[in-house]
Design a binder for this molecule. Structure first.
Ligand code: AMP
Ligand code: MG
Length: 411
């Protein structure tokens, strides 16, 4: 049986990034940039006004006061979008709006609040301004040759704005992996349908689809297979257009081992057990070059195994660098069987002196509420039985992250 670390290493070495392609601006949000974005022009392209007011030569305002204002003649009006025609000389000012290019000669802007209008349309400046005041110099934001966006970032709204401001209509990015979901089990029925005696609702279909979506990936197809080899094989065949396949159920000890058998016959198995709790029976293999994760059917095991193994695999496919490792301290003593690594469902109770991790009361693998109550998985390492309150352990955040996407999906 592999350790969790060995399993993660095997997965990472078996999975590659998807081929990047160009996406238009409107499709880039949440995608991972596959190229460095180099500015080929300055931003702003020309010096412009940061305020509504008057473009001036700063020395023309020296000594100005409310009692002895400097009187400047207006050369021209400069709304945003107008190119200045008159070069300023001492004694001249141009009325200027925010964003309008500064006229030649001007080196400062006097805010409109610091002026009055004279009887003949001049402007009276009541306070001196320093050179550079309320001017946005050419290239102050980004200089030609700068790299404002680097390969590997997950594009956020501001990044889309930066691309547009620099004149890019598209960018090279990694596509969202498409993930097929196959739940297996004769006992499964849809929520909303009557539940015959002995049957249960297929919650994994929905939790897995939500997890895939929250990983920034596309869901589909979503299939259900009965506990028969031909049904599982058919579902695997029907998933051929996906980049990765996730199955649930049919991998537990003493079960039909359906998924494992189908994979062995039609593809390849890399491993089928990992020393973790919950979620020991976990199959990882491939079919037609597509990675396949056979997750346990148990809802908690399925969700936990997704977070530990599938989400990092999807991160890698979509071009994200590995996530930083986070740590927190246990709020109480924890014991476990040291033969496997335990992923304890925990809440964050305080984050003043770092994260404090309070295990949720219910840790049963059949209890979905252990996960709805949890903020993180606290990683309790194999090899030791008890851990004191205050000991630091690794934490895996659940259900959050700026790089995650939400959106509708169809199952
Ligand atoms: P299995 O791995 O197929 O033996 O399933 C283990 C346990 O998880 C059984 O109690 C199943 O009824 C339950 N289970 C399997 N698949 C699902 C599913 N899609 N949704 C909810 N529970 C499931
Ligand atoms: Mg089953």
């Amino acid at each position: 049986m592999l350790s969790a670390d060995q399993a993660i290493r095997e997965i990472q070495s078996a999975i590659g990034r998807l081929q990047p392609k160009r996406f238009p601006l409107a499709d880039l949000l949440g995608l991972v940039l596959a190229e460095d974005v180099v500015a080929v022009e300055d931003l702003p392209a020309v010096a412009n006004s940061a305020m509504d007011g008057y473009a001036v030569i700063s020395s023309s305002t020296s000594g100005a006061s409310p009692n002895a204002p400097r009187v400047l003649r207006i050369a021209e009006d400069l709304p945003a979008g107008r190119w200045p025609e008159v070069a300023l000389q001492d004694g001249l000012a141009s009325r200027i709006m925010t964003g309008a290019p500064l006229p030649t000669g001007a080196d400062a802007v006097v805010r409109v609040e610091l002026t009055e209008r004279g009887e003949n349309g001049e402007v009276l400046v009541t306070r001196p301004v320093d050179a550079g005041r309320d001017v946005r110099p050419k290239g102050e934001d980004v200089k030609s040759g700068d790299v404002p966006l680097r390969r590997g970032i997950c594009l956020r709204p501001a990044d889309i704005g930066m691309l547009a401001a620099l004149g890019y209509c598209d960018a090279l990015a990694f596509p969202r992996p498409r993930v097929a979901i196959i739940t297996t089990g004769d006992e499964l029925v849809d929520p909303g349908a009557p539940v015959p005696a002995g049957c249960i609702r297929d919650s994994n279909r929905y939790s897995l689809a939500a997890q895939v979506t929250s990983s920034g990936c596309c869901v589909g197809p979503v299939l259900r297979a009965s506990d028969e080899e031909c049904a599982v094989e058919q579902a695997l065949r029907d998933s051929a257009r996906a980049d990765l396949i996730v199955t649930s159920g049919g991998v537990s000890v003493g079960d039909f081992d359906l998924v494992k058998d189908c994979l062995a016959r039609n593809g390849r198995i890399h491993f089928s057990k990992v020393a973790i709790r919950p979620g020991k029976p976990l199959v990882f293999g491939e079919i037609g070059g597509r990675p396949v994760f056979g997750l346990p059917g148990n809802p908690v095991s399925s969700m936990v195994a997704f977070e530990i193994f599938v989400r990092p695999a999807l991160d890698r496919m979509r071009g994200l660098p590995p996530r930083p490792r986070l740590h927190g301290e246990l709020a109480e003593r924890v014991t476990h069987k040291p033969d496997r690594r335990t992923y304890l469902r925990a809440r964050i109770v305080s984050n003043q002196s770092g994260l404090r991790l309070q295990p949720v009361a219910m840790q049963g693998t059949g209890q979905i509420s252990s996960l709805t109550e949890a903020d993180v998985l606290a990683v309790i390492p194999e090899g030791r039985e008890s851990f004191d309150a205050g000991e630091r352990v690794e934490v895996i955040p659940l259900w959050r992250g700026w790089e995650e996407q939400t959106g509708p999906w169809t199952v």
